[in-house]
Design a protein around this ligand. Structure first.
Ligand code: SAH
Length: 230
């Protein structure tokens, strides 16, 4: 799977995707991430990518021409399954959207900055607008990193059995159960007996029970979805 990310701050994206599972996915040839510096597509000495907004008001807006030049060039090279804009007014990213995106081959992500991008860019190029939560970031790069990480780990072959995504929170509309490692007793707190019993069916039942309890307590909204999906 290939991600092309269009940004004014490629530096922000270099490190987050170069470690752990993301780096392994790249090493295995399952994931490719290419960063495209928007300033390379801006003309003039100053390579200006933003301008004042029509109608007045604080904050700059990203100019359409450099973005269009960059996206046009990328789209001439390959067909994209989605051209995504990261934006607080997009659809909320959740695990089912991650699952869906992990089945694509080529995804282009445009990162906004300042007040965002000129609306006409969104109209002309963007096929999917994604928000990573109801809060405002200063730029789309961190959102893009979240997107590549959460989608990239779902590409078949990226995770091994030990890190399997099947048992993660949200995968079945339930939160994950609590987990423990050694020592069996720490600061007077023992690991639940059942986890040390070696009895697989009982362990599975306990985990499911804990998942349901947690979801009911912490995420009533998710719990309702779980009940409907059962
Ligand atoms: N004025 C805009 C916010 C601009 S924030 C508004 O109120 O909607 C600058 C950029 O950061 C955005 O263009 C977007 O690319 C990114 N961004 C901010 N919050 C985000 C979020 N919750 N999810 C995804 N991207 C976000």
């Amino acid at each position: 799977m290939r991600f092309d990310i269009v940004t004014v701050l490629p530096e922000l994206l270099e490190s987050p995707l170069n470690y752990s599972i993301m780096q392994r996915a790249k090493d295995k040839g399952l994931l490719e991430v290419f960063l495209h510096h928007l300033r390379d597509y801006a003309p003039g000495k100053h390579r200006q990518v933003d301008d004042y907004q029509f109608g007045g008001g604080a904050g700059m807006v990203m100019k359409p021409e450099p973005i269009a030049a960059c996206i046009d060039k990328l789209c001439a090279e390959r067909a994209y399954d989605e051209v995504i804009y990261t934006s607080p007014d997009g659809v909320l990213l959740d695990q089912s959207l991650c699952n869906r995106l992990s089945m694509k081959n080529n995804i282009l992500i445009l990162c906004g900055h300042y007040k965002g991008v000129d609306e006409r860019i969104r109209q002309k190029y963007i096929t999917l607008e994604i928000s990573i939560g109801d809060y405002v970031l200063s730029g789309g790069e961190l959102a893009a990193a979240v997107l590549v990480d959460s989608v990239g780990r779902l590409i078949p072959g990226v995770l091994n059995d030990e890190t399997s995504a099947l048992f993660d929170s949200f995968q079945d509309n339930l939160l994950a159960p609590p987990v423990y490692t050694r020592p069996a007793e720490w600061e007077g707190m023992p690991v639940p007996d059942v986890l040390r019993s070696g009895h697989e069916a009982m362990i599975e039942a306990w985990r499911h029970e804990q998942s349901m309890e947690r979801t009911q307590e912490r995420r009533p909204d998710l719990w309702q979805r779980y009940l409907k999906s059962e």
